[in-house]
Design a binder for this molecule. Sequence first.
Ligand code: ADP
Ligand code: MG
Length: 287
Amino acid sequence: MTDAGSLLAGDSRYQQVGTLGSGAFSTVVRARDRQTGEEVAVKLIQRGSLVADRRLYVKREVAYLAGLSSHPCIVSAHEAFLTSTHLCIAMELVEGGTLFHWVLGQGARERPPLSVADARWLFQMLIIGLDFMHRRGVANRDVKLENLLVDSKTAQRPLLKVCDLSYSKHDADSAAQTMVGTAAYLAPEVVRWSEHYDAKKVDVWGAGIVLYVLLYGQLPFEPSRPDIFAEHDERRRPPPPDRQVDAGAEELLAIMLARHPAQRPTMQQIIDHPWFQADLPPGALTL
Ligand code: ADP
Ligand code: MG
């Protein structure tokens, strides 16, 4: 790609060499560091779209990524900078695409369904990453397949990395009220506008949705109808009949998707659950 077609200016430290994805407010490009030759991902957020609220989210994203960068299950940030048109975050390039691609998108059509063992491995890394964030007082509030990156460059099993902290909340222990997130993953209490909610328990719900998709290859709730939340339990899709999942996984799923946040486990309680502990690679909890 020539600089003319690039979102990054010609005199930028990074030269755009491709595109990686996009979200509600951003485009993420593949770029090469002109000084070191290293390939990175650069998230570009249009400055015109930075209305006051949004500006706050971006500031938080930069700050949190910097503070949480040391963990292998969280994408690491290199630096943030401004161009005349965009606010940019240069970060570690993760090569394998999103978990959405792997389990619901094109990748899922090209490969056999995940084994339960692989599903558990990916889930273990998600929970270890989220637990790390929660212990540092940060909740993500937008846990979903599109915000989880699969690093397939590693020798054995792929690694999972949480990206996109734009909706994160740094004082995660104080009550939240803002309705943020993505319809198919929204916890019931977030949808009830006026209610204060516990942002960490919202992440437990989101991780429960991810676990359901990892196990069953489909979303548990209809994404287009946020009003279904009044009838959540009844409307959860029945799992495909040909998929054998053990009772421990089903039990964990049921408590993570409990309607009442107080009945949901904490990340630590998920880690302590026997289904989570089974097959846990030595050292995984101290990554
Ligand atoms: P938004 O806040 O707009 O949702 P994200 O941070 O989720 O933006 O990034 C949008 C998409 O870009 C992701 O879903 C993913 O496909 C891709 N992406 C983001 N960060 C990286 C990265 N570090 N490496 C590779 N691809 C990435
Ligand atoms: Mg995103």
